[in-house]
Write a protein that binds this ligand. Structure first.
Ligand code: UN1
Length: 520
């Protein structure tokens, strides 16, 4: 019926992922760099990074403030040139940085290459953006006055970054603060300090003064908390869980002194709505990429697939087949699709959630063994999932009865599926009611429907007829609403403004003002 009323979108060209893989299933982007990547893997070691001394955090802030006074006075062109030089160094070091990401963060090679490129993009984009934004803006005023608006640095920023993009998000936060003339106290995730230390080394070598960018490695509960409690800091930028963002927000609110802004990018229960006009192969490909790539350890990852009942059996059948094809294992092997999750703690948390979902599914379908319920695709959860100190979760798909049942973000390769019929706008309302608002996928061949549903959704990033991960810097600025964060969007044209103070300068150009000009 819809197709009678509305012009259907043309069929897209042949599917995404497939064209990037050769006949052995190897990612072609990575394949073209096989020799330098593997050579770097042989020679790269993961260095230990010293823990910051909590007692000296105050001194670090004082040094950052002093260094920031010089750094902020440097012309923006000079700061931008330094960031571009660091980007060039990352480009040259791409194989070594990738190898470090594979060894320290268990990234697959495909994810590692994408991540280094994203870090480079952040450096270059914020360099360009700072040059654009930090030019004084002349504003119209009454005759006899000149008015301009300018952005200035705020001071010392605390940058707290996650292990899941330990180079790209780390570099993005730091580059945004530095480009705008701020100094930085960077606290990377405990699990991934070495790649952060390497980024800092490259930035220092490119010309960022040592005290203007300091790395303070250590647990959030001690080093992170001490940094946030410092009276002298100008702002905090954080990517991580909603729960930790709340802890930081409360800590900042409880302090005396200036009101300190928080930029937080947090989690999501990201959904994909699929209507009956969608192309099943395209849906299956987008779902596999979005839910299981990076072992589901992206805040953008797909958690909730909402399938129209007319297409649900076809899509779930394809998904079950596609998931069986995924190669799970050592991320250092080029053909691996899904590597381990980050550590034992993460594994235990996800495993507990998977057991709960298995129990619920077995209750709903009495007589079924765990691992054999209708929509439980993938390898059953192994009792002993530890290999070589690595912790694997095979991709999991569970059917649930309603959207409201999915209340918690599971940060791993676990997908919930729900069937719907009737009005798709009501489905969007239920997704909105979850309170998160990061990414949303819409799969439909009705253009006007995609537009209307996107407008109804309270989310930061909507993707139509494609996967919902891998936002590109400067092209798909990334960040969400509600429980998913404060905005502004990273890699977008409004991001840097939040790192700046605004100042207007009004000069009387008549009478005394004119005399001042004459005397000068
Ligand atoms: C995160 O996982 O914390 O679009 C955010 C993407 C990435 C997500 C990064 N930019 O997949």
């Amino acid at each position: 019926l819809w197709l009678e009323r509305e012009a259907a979108l043309p069929l897209p060209p042949q599917l995404y992922g497939a064209s990037r893989r050769n006949s052995e299933g190897v990612d072609l982007t990575v394949e073209s760099m096989r020799a330098p990547l593997l050579a770097a893997y042989e020679t790269t070691r993961v260095p230990t990074v010293p823990l910051a001394d909590v007692a000296s955090v105050g001194d670090a802030v004082a040094r950052a403030l002093a260094a920031g006074r010089h750094w902020s006075r440097a012309p923006v062109e000079r700061r931008a040139a330094i960031l571009r030089k660091a980007a060039d160094a990352m480009q040259t070091q791409l194989p070594q940085l990738c190898a470090l990401l594979v060894k320290e963060a268990f990234k697959t090679w495909g994810d590692a290459v994408s991540e280094v490129r994203e870090a480079i993009d952040f450096l270059r984009y914020y360099a360009d953006e700072a040059q654009r934004l930090m030019q004084p803006l002349a504003l119209a005023g009454p005759t006899g006055e000149s008015n301009e608006l300018r952005l200035t640095a705020r001071g010392a920023w605390v940058c707290i970054s996650p292990w899941n993009f330990p180079l790209a998000i780390f570099t993005g936060q730091v580059a945004a603060a530095l480009a705008t003339g701020n100094s930085v106290l960077a606290k990377p995730a405990d699990q991934t300090p070495a790649i952060a230390a390497e980024a800092v080394r490259l930035l220092h070598a490119a010309g960022v003064p040592a005290d203007a960018l300091q790395l303070l490695h250590g647990p959030g509960e001690t080093v992170g908390a001490a940094l946030v409690a410092q009276p002298g800091i100008a702002g905090v930028v954080f990517t991580g869980s909603t729960q930790v963002a709340r802890i930081i927000h409360r800590a900042l609110a409880a302090k005396d002194g200036p009101i300190v802004p928080l930029i937080a990018e947090t989690g999501g229960i990201n959904a994909m709505l699929v209507d009956s006009t969608a192309l099943p192969e395209q849906v299956a490909d987008a779902v596999v990429q979005s839910a299981f790539r990076s072992a589901g350890q992206r805040c953008s990852a797909l958690r909730l697939l909402c399938l129209h009942e007319g297409i649900a059996d076809t899509v779930t059948g394809m998904l079950a087949g596609a998931v069986r094809e995924l190669v799970i294992g050592d991320p250092a092997l080029l053909a691996t699709d899904v590597g381990p999750v980050i550590d034992r703690e993460a594994w235990e948390g996800i495993a507990r959630q998977v057991e709960r979902l298995q129990r619920t599914a077995t209750d709903r379908h009495p007589g079924l063994e765990p691992g054999s319920m209708p929509l439980h695709a993938g390898v059953p959860m192994p009792d002993q999932a530890r290999h070589d100190g690595r912790f694997f979760i095979p991709p999991q798909i569970f059917e649930v009865a309603s959207i409201a049942e999915v209340q918690q973000e599971i940060f791993g390769p676990v997908l919930h599926v729900v069937r719907w019929s009737g009005d798709p706008a009501a489905v969007i309302d239920q997704i909105n009611a979850l309170g998160y608002g990061l990414t949303l996928g819409i799969q439909t061949r009705i253009d006007s429907r995609a537009q209307a549903l996107a407008a109804r959704a309270h989310v930061g990033n909507v993707y139509v007829n494609r996967n919902i991960i891998g936002a590109v810097v400067g092209v798909q600025p990334f960040g969400g609403e509600g429980l998913s964060g404060t905005g502004p969007k990273a890699g977008g044209p409004y991001y840097l403004q939040r790192f700046c103070a605004e100042q207007t300068l009004t000069i009387n150009t008549t009478a005394a003002g004119g005399n001042v000009a004459l005397l000068a």
